[in-house]
Design a protein. Structure first.
Length: 248
């Protein structure tokens, strides 16, 4: 089941226990960066940063390849903002600020710049100008990094991906992301039967799997059927807590 995240110490103020507890949930999180009296402008900034938390977590997890490490990095960025709200006073749209802090303070040495650039543009759908601002580089440099990422992707054999997702629009978004990264979608399934049929026909290397199926079943039951026959990598895509989805 989903367990509480460990918060790695990094000095400064710690997030309030209630905030850290909420953040450990897979639910979308609403956060008050400070409980003290704030101006209307500060309140608006706090609200905007709170809205970005799910996106920050997605980006950090994708960049690091680790749920725990990615979430820990995001938590440290939020703790830094709590300790020094003045770091948000940058000549930068407020929704970009936590991404810049994340890339600069946490991921700079751990994640190659061209992968950060690619994820900002392809996964988070920032414009070239916005992604360049986040990485604090000019747009020409950002474009060069994107080309570096594309060349590296092209050196690897394309991977066949099976998407198991009950919502057609979400499945389409996932398909676009997979294709944009140089891989192929070998099938999209909404039910357990469709998943088994698609996997048998295409033998995917990777399975992107939601937690619930269109027929009301648990998607991981369908995955277990597939993994009994095919050695594929499983990636679970969900925005809700696993224990609420029937997954343990």
């Amino acid at each position: 089941m989903c367990s509480h995240l460990q918060v790695l110490p990094k000095g400064g103020s710690r997030l309030p226990e209630g905030l850290r507890s909420n953040f450990a949930s897979m639910d979308a999180v609403t956060v008050n960066i400070s409980t003290a009296q704030v101006t209307e402008e500060q309140s608006m900034k706090s609200h905007e940063i709170s809205r970005q938390i799910p996106n920050l977590r997605r980006f950090a997890r994708a960049a690091t390849g680790s749920v725990q490490l990615g979430d820990s990095m995001v938590i440290r960025v939020l703790e830094d903002i709590v300790a020094d709200p003045g770091i948000c006073e940058q000549q930068l749209p407020i929704r970009l600020v936590p991404f810049r802090l994340l890339c600069r303070a946490e991921m700079g040495a751990a994640v190659a710049a061209h992968w950060s650039a690619l994820l900002l543009a392809a996964l988070e759908e920032f414009s070239i100008a916005e992604a360049a601002s986040i990485l604090d580089i000019d747009q020409d440099r950002l474009k060069a990094l994107l080309k570096d990422a594309a060349r590296e992707i092209e050196t690897h054999a394309p991977t066949g991906v099976l998407i198991i997702e009950s919502e057609p629009l979400i499945a389409l978004d996932l398909q676009q992301i997979v294709v944009s990264m140089g891989h192929s979608v070998v099938g999209i399934a909404r039910t357990r039967r469709e998943a088994a049929t698609a996997a048998k026909a295409a033998r995917p290397s990777v399975i992107l799997c939601a937690t619930r199926l269109a027929d009301g079943g648990v998607a991981l039951d369908a995955v277990n059927d597939i993994l009994d026959e095919i050695p594929a990598v499983l990636i679970v895509t969900t925005s809700c807590p696993l224990h609420k989805s029937g997954v343990t």
